[in-house]
Design a protein around this ligand. Structure first.
Ligand code: SAM
Length: 345
């Protein structure tokens, strides 16, 4: 399904912008295009559950994403599960990259991947119009990495994927590392060196209670302050100013300006007040927060024949009710019914 001129004008026709009742403007959409994954990262999947939810057709994702873009979404991140497993991905990227946005520029199109298939897909994805990629990598030494992913040989495969992405121009290249005390907190200094040597932005993410199993405790989370202190002992860090209010990472460079470290601290320093994001699951449900207790069945409405105008009204109303904040770590906190891999990280 190519993006036709009437569709482009329908996106550019003035519609209300997505906002919520807490005064936040929503311009960032994460779309999961599968909840299948080829890794079994110890903090994410048990490996026993497999895929839990159906996938939509590529044309159906495209139609739903266009509705969001017509309401002011200017940044789309494709994720999963593992999005590179999804047949039709390159075509989806090609069609999305042709969409105009209400801000006048093209859509900012990014993807999060474990990097396993990136060596072969980086160049086709770049040619199709993908702007940037984030690769998840939880250790810089092969034995620790493979103890986490449970896939022999995966460290070298992902490293090749990272280098292919850089060569293809999918930059700035970000590496996401989820730190767990006792599993991979030994890697902090190694990642600081890796950021400088490989010319990548390394972002440490605090572990959230979104795993399939039961691993999360407050003690297993390695907080931002500890990461900054440890890297600072290796080489002095300089804090960088935020580029936009909704930026999730606190950014640092080294005193000599070489390399960048980011820390995403949803547990120890929540940033819900500036959240600009909503999510669409692989089966077409809107989630207005990672920790939402309710999901909103957008695809069900599309299937039942609602018009684009009706679907837009539904999206606007749903996003208005976005939660003020998460309640992670508070008494009475309830884990959402889906784990990260089934929501779309
Ligand atoms: N398969 C892709 C990947 O590996 O990047 C995309 C999906 S994965 C669920 C997206 C991101 O969520 C990864 O960076 C992963 O490390 C992160 N993640 C998974 N479970 C998490 C948790 N409980 N807390 C924080 N981040 C988590």
């Amino acid at each position: 399904m190519a993006v036709s001129s009437p569709e482009i004008s329908s996106i550019l026709t003035p519609h209300p912008r997505l906002t919520d009742s807490h005064g936040r403007i929503i311009h960032d959409l994460r779309v999961s295009i599968t909840d299948r994954c080829n890794y079994k990262c110890v903090y994410c999947r048990t490996g026993e559950m497999g895929a839990q939810y159906p996938e939509l057709g590529i044309d159906e994702y495209l139609r739903l994403i266009k509705l969001f873009v017509s309401l002011g979404i200017s940044k789309v991140r494709l994720t999963g599960g593992e999005p590179l497993l999804r047949r039709g991905l390159v075509d989806l990227v090609r069609q999305l990259s042709a969409l105009p946005t209400l801000t006048g520029g093209p859509l900012d199109l990014a993807l999060t991947t474990n990097g396993h298939l990136l060596d072969e897909l980086a160049a086709p994805l770049k040619a199709a119009g993908l702007n940037r990629v984030t690769v998840s990598m939880d250790a810089v030494d092969a034995p620790t990495f493979e103890r986490i992913t449970h896939v022999p040989g995966s460290f070298q495969t992902v490293l090749a994927g990272i280098r292919a992405a850089r060569a293809a121009g999918l930059t700035p290249l970000k590496i996401n590392c989820v730190l767990l005390r006792g599993f991979n907190d030994s890697q902090i200094e190694g990642f600081a060196r890796f950021a400088r040597e490989e010319n990548v932005v390394v972002r440490f993410i605090e572990f959230m209670p979104l795993e399939e199993g039961r691993l999360w405790t407050p003690e297993i989370v390695v907080p931002l302050a500890e990461i900054v202190a440890r890297i600072g002992r290796l080489l002095p860090l300089v804090k960088l100013p935020p580029r936009e209010a909704s930026e999730t990472a606190q950014r640092y460079t080294f005193k000599d300006g070489v390399g960048e470290i980011g820390i995403i601290a949803p547990v120890s320093q929540a940033f819900c007040g500036a959240c600009s994001r909503v999510r669409l699951t692989s089966d077409g449900k809107i989630r207005t927060c990672l920790f939402s207790q309710v999901e909103h069945d957008l695809y069900g409405r599309l299937r039942s024949g609602e018009t684009n105008a009706e679907l837009r009204t539904y999206i606007l109303r749903t996003v208005q009710e976005k939660e003020a904040r998460h309640h992670m770590g508070e008494p009475g906190f309830l884990k959402p019914s889906r784990s990260m891999v089934h929501i779309g990280g």
